[in-house]
Design a protein around this ligand. Structure first.
Ligand SMILES: *Cc1c(COP(=O)(O)O)cnc(C)c1O
Length: 438
């Protein structure tokens, strides 16, 4: 049963009841903090099902989804070909703890899509991918320091949970208790889009930096693109000082181009971390890179890394099917066109109603920041009026549009966002801005 949200006040009573129950059994009622709506207030909606670009909650409201499970659902929810492949795979068994042909196929597919990835190891989450990549980079170089960028998020591994953007930032925790200072003491954070800051780190520690890890297009402080020449500059500095350059493409991989941000910007990192889309909605992630570096990993080399469910056949099936469907002609052109249309539509609706906003967009990821300051790093992202964002978020939710519940998370769209869906979104944004103006 779907309700026409323009006529009805939404009633979230089932979500509210579930949230109450959830909070007694699960910390904060959620299994990942941003889902709790702390950044915008109110009760998170509990989802019953998804179909194409839509989510349906337990109270029967239908939403146009701009989260896509935080990235993976680029083909839309319950894509028939992915579901069919999964059903077939399931009948053959769900986990073997032994090598399968599927893993080889996924590895070969990714290596062919991303030329910088010569060898790849599957893991089960983006967090695991970045933790492992850093261990390998340290093992390979024999160095200890890790450089990251303020506002970039690389999962919740101890060494990387420093100045880590969205989730952490939304909760106002600068660093997490439970991470001993000694564990994070080798992590150096520098501002994004500031090459001089990175150069200074290398001048101070010319022989100590094992790796530089970066979201080449940031999604985790809202969408923040690299300035022209910035990624090239990082590539040059890391090469000059013998540090491993890791592109964390957990979010951008297979989204900004088949070969991710590295293809879009023409930069070849030494290592790459992947996740989200490569699992097609099931838990799969990976890290890969130059042969010489990846051959440090056990059992070829001495750097230990393992996983009971790594390369899980269901996850590999969903991922492989998703990657195949993404390679059809015109997919990325379509994503670019629809994304431009919806992002600019929302931006225009804001300005028409007198709101000062900054739109950042790269391909199918975008953020409308409630600020007048161009957003190029974490400092400028923070100039956003998060209270105003929260009102916009709730007005959009009431209009049937599900945006990320934080100013500092990028919105995503996918191949199921048709013209009709985009037009409905823009019309919803116009009503939402009108409503919050009064
Ligand atoms: C989501 C994300 C991660 C963490 O992945 P999980 O699967 O949530 O552990 C790491 N890096 C980036 C850039 C991400 O967007």
């Amino acid at each position: 049963m779907q309700k026409d949200l323009s006529l009805l006040q939404p009633n979230y009573s089932r979500s509210e009841k579930l949230f109450e129950r959830a909070q007694t059994a699960i910390p904060g009622g959620v299994n990942s903090p941003v889902r709790a709506f702390r950044g915008v207030g109110g009760t998170p909606v509990f989802i019953r099902s998804g179909q194409g670009p839509y989510l349906t909650d337990v109270d029967g409201h239908r939403f146009i989804d701009y989260i896509g499970s935080w990235g993976p659902m680029i083909l839309g929810h319950a894509h028939p070909e992915v579901i069919e492949a999964l059903q077939k795979a399931m009948e053959r068994g769900t986990s073997f703890g032994a090598p399968t042909e599927l893993e080889v196929e996924v590895a070969e597919t990714i290596c062919s899509i991303m030329p910088s990835v010569e060898k790849i190891r599957m893991v089960s989450s983006g967090t695991e991918a970045t933790m492992s990549a850093i261990r390998v980079a340290r093992g390979y170089t024999g160095r200890t320091k890790v450089v990251k960028f303020i506002g970039c998020y690389h999962g919740h591994g101890d060494a990387l949970l420093v100045k880590a953007g969205s989730g952490v930032a939304t909760l106002g925790l600068p660093d997490s208790p439970g991470v001993p200072p000694e564990t994070a003491q080798h992590t150096i954070s520098v501002p994004f889009n500031n090459l001089d800051a990175l150069r200074q780190v290398f001048e101070t520690y010319p022989a100590d930096v094992a790796c530089v890890i970066i979201e080449p297009v940031v999604g985790n402080m809202g969408c923040v693109p690299p300035a022209s020449g910035y990624l090239e500059g990082i590539r040059d500095l890391t090469s000059q000082y013998g540090a491993v350059l890791i592109f964390d493409e957990v979010m951008t991989g297979f989204r900004l181009a088949p070969g991710g941000a590295q293809e879009k910007y023409g930069i070849k990192p030494d290592m790459t971390t992947l996740g989200k889309i490569m699992g097609g909605g099931l838990p799969a992630a990976a890290y890969g890179g130059r042969k010489e570096i990846m051959d440090c990993v056990a059992p070829v080399g001495p750097v230990y890394q393992a996983g009971t469910l790594s390369g899980n056949p269901l996850a590999m099936t969903a991922g492989l099917t998703t990657l195949k469907l993404l390679r059809r002609a015109g997919v990325y052109e379509g994503l670019e066109r629809q994304s431009k249309k919806v992002a600019e539509g929302i931006q225009q609706a804001a300005q028409k109603n007198g709101f000062k906003t900054v739109l950042n967009r790269v391909g199918s990821m975008f953020t409308v920041f409630f600020t007048e300051t161009p957003v190029t790093d974490w400092e400028t992202a923070k100039t956003s009026d998060t209270g105003l964002f929260a009102r916009f978020f709730h007005a959009m939710l009431a209009e049937g549009v599900y945006l990320p519940p934080s100013q500092f998370e990028a919105a995503f769209l996918g191949t199921a966002h048709s013209d009709e869906v985009i037009d409905a979104t823009i019309a919803a944004a116009e009503r939402a801005f009108k409503k919050i103006k009064n």
